[in-house]
Write a protein of this length. Structure first.
Length: 176
């Protein structure tokens, strides 16, 4: 019986090294908050749990999921912009600003996709750099509205994009 138990433990340890030990979104988000106070714990958990693979993912997988969620958020922002552009009564200035932001969110989408690809190749520093690049793109959209002295209809999309970039970098920093 002892030999069977020893064999089972050895196999379990081997498999954990091969496939990675699953990290829960909750424990990973807590650890992310511990290393970066800008991480919103509830948002982090919500976004990670929104992905169907999050409950089986290790820390590396959760970092990649954060990048994918960033891309997903940018795609939703572009759809929201399209809806606002199609809305009757949208003024020329608002259309110009939204058009500018649509291009920026398109680039944000692609940059989050590139972050995911870099993380997938285990190029952690490059993945974090790509996630950080999305922050500047989103800020450009925000600043366009500020400079025009027009209230942005994209404040939630902006805040979510920024938070996902922060979460992606923080979780990547947890990878051993």
């Amino acid at each position: 019986m002892d030999k069977l138990l020893a064999l089972a433990v050895t196999c379990a340890l081997f498999m954990s090294n091969v496939v990675g030990v699953a990290a829960t979104p909750q424990t990973t988000c807590k650890a992310a908050v511990d290393i970066d106070k800008r991480v919103n714990y509830n948002f982090c958990v919500s976004q990670l749990l929104d992905h169907h693979e999050s409950t089986m993912a290790d820390t590396w997988g959760l970092a990649k999921i954060a990048a994918l969620q960033g891309a997903n958020n940018a795609a939703h922002a572009k759809a929201d912009i399209d809806a606002l552009l199609a809305k009757p009564g949208t003024g020329d200035q608002m259309k110009r600003l939204l058009g500018q932001c649509k291009g920026l969110y398109d680039r944000t989408f692609m940059t989050f996709v590139l972050a995911h690809e870099e993380l997938n190749k285990r190029r952690y520093a490059s993945g974090k750099e790509k996630a950080a690049e999305t922050v500047a793109l989103v800020h450009q959209c925000d600043e366009a509205f500020v400079e025009a002295r027009v209230r942005s209809p994209l404040t939630k999309q902006s805040a979510d994009s920024l938070q996902l970039a922060i979460i992606c970098a923080a979780i990547t920093n947890l990878i051993k």
